[in-house]
Design a protein around this ligand. Sequence first.
Ligand SMILES: [Fe+2]
Length: 268
Amino acid sequence: MTSLVVLENNNNNNHHYQFDGDKDSSTTSDRESEKYLRELTKTFTGIDKPLKNARKCETLNDLMRELRQTFDSDHVNIEYVNHLMLSYESNPAEWRKFAKFDRFRYTRNLVDAGNGKYNLMILCWNEGHASAIHDHADSHCFMKMLKGQLMETRYAWPKDASVNDDCKADIGNGNGAGGHHEEQEYNGDELEELSRSTLETNGVCYINDTLGLHRVENPSHTDVAVSLHLYCPPFDVCSIFNKQTGKRTKCNVTFWSKFGKRDPANAN
Ligand SMILES: [Fe+2]
C-alpha cells in the first residue's frame, strides 16, 4: 500500500506530511510526519475563493482528470485540491448521469475511485433529507454544492467517544437510515453545537475529524440538492453519533450507484 503524503503550501513553506500509510511498515519518521499532518489540519479550514493564477477546471471530466493527476504524486497540496473543487462551475448536463435519487434518504453515488487514493462521489438529497451526525474516519473531506443548498451543522466530539461495536448500521444505500437498532441505556451529554452554515451552489467546504463532527441537511421543502464530495483517503466505515447522548455507533458506508450504474450489491 502506498502512503499518501499531503502537502500544504502555507505561506510558501512547502512542508511534507505523511498521511495514514500502511501502519505496519511505518517508520518513526512516517509517524512523526503523520503527527505533523494532524497538527497541520488543525489549522487548515478550507479556502473560499479559487487560487489566483492556478489552473481552472472547465468541466467535470476536466476536474476528474486534474484530480487524478494531482493524486498521482505522493505529494498532494490540500489547498490545491480545495482550489480545483472551487474552480469547477457546476453544469448539470455533466453530472446528471451520476445523480441517482432515492425517495426516502440521501444517496451516495461513486464517480471516481481515484486509483485507491481518494473517492469522488455525488450525493443526492431530496427535499428535507439529512445525514446523521458523523465523523470522517480520519480522512480529509471536501464538499462542493452542484445544485441547491445544504446546511451544515458542526458539533464538538463527545467527551466519551468510545464505540459501541454491537450497534452497526449502514448509511448511503437506502437500506437503513443508521441507528435503527435497539437503543441501550447510555448516559452521555448532549453534543455541543459549534457552528451552522449554508453552502450555496458552487461553494466548497472542508472538514476533518480535528475540526469536529457534522450533520448535513437539505433545508428546502421544494428543491432537491446535489453535492460533490472528495474523501482522501477513501473509507468504508465511519461513526455516527446520537445528538442527545453523544453515543457513538460504527457505521458502514456504501454506494447507491457506482460510475452511473445502480450498485447491485446494495440493491433493495
Ligand atoms: Fe460529512
